[in-house]
Structure formats: structure tokens, C-alpha cells
Design a protein around this ligand. Sequence first.
Ligand code: PLP
Length: 458
Amino acid sequence: MDDQPRDALLLRALDLAQQYRDGLPERAVPPGASADDLLARFREPLREGGVEPIEAIDELARLAEPGLTAVTSPRFFGFVMGGTYPVSVAADWLTTAWDQNAGLREITPAHSAAREAVEAWLVEILGLPGSTAMGTVTGGLMANFTGLAAGRHAVLARAGWDVEERGLQGAPPVRVLVGAERHDTIDLALRYLGLGAPQLVPADDQGRIRVDALDRALRTSDGPTIVALQAGNVHSGAFDDFAGAVPAATDRGAWVHVDGAFGLWAAASQRTRHLVDGFQSADSWATDAHKTLNVPYDSGMAFVADPSAQRAALGIHAPYLLHSKGAPDPLELGPEFSQRGRAFVLWATLRHLGRAGVAALVDRLVGHAQALADGVREMGGEVLNDVVFTQVCTAWGDDDATRAVERELMALGETWMTGSEWRGRRVLRIAVSNHATTAEDVERSLAALRRARAAAGA
Ligand SMILES: *Cc1c(COP(=O)(O)O)cnc(C)c1O
């Protein structure tokens, strides 16, 4: 069964991947079949005998094809997802082929070297403190988890409590303050950490935490406190006022975490750097590479200014493991034990783009978002947010009208934008995250919106 020439199998996968990717610019963005439809075809009884590898691959591609969503289409503006650079896909394939279990530095040295290089590059281009360590994790949720775990360790250690040894039972209460419009994954990470639901601090009209309200909340207690701020609100793209909020929190002894899943990258461009002013005095930062940096899933990064807190919270030592005597083992910097060699993709992508390329990518995404916002206003739609970054929140009359525009737009298949609710109104969100989006894609998407609006009678 294994006698098919190996290169024929991998070349077939390459061919299928190339066909898919070549078709992306003209492919309908939404999937052409539902999961239930596809299940009927995938879910045949598992037969006693197998098939040749190449047959399995052909069959997989044939069955999956109609149900693939063109997340990597240059006109996919749903959620906040991001495309993939060809160099990232290529490095991802090599990562798979090399199959390094990247948790330990001495076992998989090439990966650790790449990780440490990427850590130094990113600390530099994002302007983080020189001491900062970077854990590579599955995504923003786990990056938030990592920063908050380090914070939980640190604020309880300062209160004389060893949470790794004693757990949370009987521990001094840990207060977590977040803006009312923090991302839901902050709540989920806090749940994983046994910290329960956070205390909400009111947000302003762009969804930024109100610094006066945060300051007031901080003053009500001197106990162990974590503050989670946000760089990039999913609806408005807005950034919390770090220059005001970070010192307010650190002056009271709080640990400050920044969720910058897509927005942390603003720090890499001169034009958007002002949005994160003051963020470098925080303690931990979470970001995704699978969003703004346009690498394949799964790729998040957790940065912690004091790596000893990260290692204390998440490290593990066992006699059978060969632990690093130098730089940290990757498994001490995130929640996973066995792990994919995620840093190879980051290294190749950053090497390809260079400093200027990362800045240009950020600027281009912001430019397209502003062009889309201008186009929406020109055709009489409402733009509800200040478009400072990559998010545009639109409305098309009353909530029913906005829903109707969304429905008609999705039926056209030309572009994908996502419906949501923001500040009490139904909205249609546009998130620009794909490096491959061109000015022509922006025009085509606006044309589709115009048609959808006419069809909806909005
Ligand atoms: C996407 C996102 C997350 C979660 O990231 P995942 O990679 O999906 O786990 C967290 N915070 C914000 C602001 C996000 O946009």
C-alpha cells in the first residue's frame, strides 16, 4: 500500500493546493455546500481495507472542495481572519514534513533557534521591553491565557501565595478588570484559570475602556489585581488608551495584559504606532500571526516582559526530559507540551517581508479599510466607527434593512462581510486582514454592496 512513489503523492497534494489557490480570486467566497450535505458523502462506513495514499488524497480533495470557504479569498472580510502568504504556506509544509516536536530546546534545536530569532525580531519591531519572552501558541485565546496565567502567578506571589503549589482554594481573591468590550476569549481564558467572570469597566463610544472609570475601580481595593486592555476592538478597531490606563493600573500594583490579537501589529508601522503609545509598559501581550501577519492557522504569540512569571506559571520539569540549560524551553512559555514548530513559519514570513514589508502590510490593510469606509459613505451607508485601523462597522438603515443587505450580499457570493450587533444596533462588519486584497478587490466589493443594497431595497 505504500509503494506509490512518495514524490508522486506530495506532488499531487501540491497540485491540488495550487489549483485551489489559483482559483481563489474568482471563487465564490461562501461555501457551496453545508456540513450536513457533506457529511452524507464523507460518512461512509469505514471499510475493512484501505486505499492507496494518493486515492485517499484525491478523494479527500473531491469531497471537501464544494464545502471549502474561501477564507483566503482577497474579498473575504468576515470576522478577523487573514489570508496566507505563499512563503508562509511553503514554510508550513516544511514544518509538517520535518515534524519536530518543538517543546524542548535540546531535542529540536533548529526550531528553538528560529523561535529565539523571531522573538528578538518581534521584540524589536513591536517595541517591547528587551527582557520579553515569546511563547508560540495556537492562537489569540491561548496567548491571552498565557499572559493571564503569568499575571495570576505574579499578583498572587506578591500577596505571598504560591498558586502553582496551592491552587486557588483559600487564595486571596484575584480581581480582574476588563473593558466592557473586551474580546470573549479573555473571559474564556479566565475561566480556564479558575478566575471566573471579570469585572466590567465601562467603555466609550468606540469601545475603548474608560480610563477614569478604570482608575476609580482600581482605587476600591489594593488586593491582587489583573487589568486586561485591548489593542484592536473587533467592531471598531479602536485601541485602549494605554498611555492613560497602563500607569493607572501599574501604579496600583496591577498586572497589565494587552489583547492585541490583530491590533498589536499597529506597533510595526510608523503610521499606526501612535495607536499603541504607552503599551510597552504593560506586563504581557497577546497576538496572532494567523490574522494580521497572514500565516496559516494555528499561530499565536504570547509575550511576557518578565519571563520568570511565564515559566513559573506554565513550566514543567520532569526527570526524563532533557531541559535546556540556556534559553527557555518552548514548553515553558505556553500551555502545551508536545507542540508544532510554529516558529519556522514566522521566521520565513518575517525574513521574506523584512521590517519595511511588515509596516507596508499594516499600512495597506488600513488603507483598504479606509477606502471601503469611504465607498460605503458615498453610497449612503453609515459607518459607525472611526476607522483608525482595519475594521469598518456599517449600518444600512434600521436593523431589518441591515440584515437584508447582509443576506443579499452573502447570496451574491462575491465577498464575505459579517453581521453582528454593536452598541445596540445591527451592523455589517468589514475586517480587512488579507495581504492579497487589491484596490480592485475593494472596488468589486463595493459594487457587490451596491447591488446587495439595491436588492434589499435599503
Ligand atoms: C481573534 C481574536 C481573539 C482570539 O484569537 P484566536 O486566534 O481566534 O484564538 C482574541 N482577541 C481578539 C481581539 C481577537 O480579534
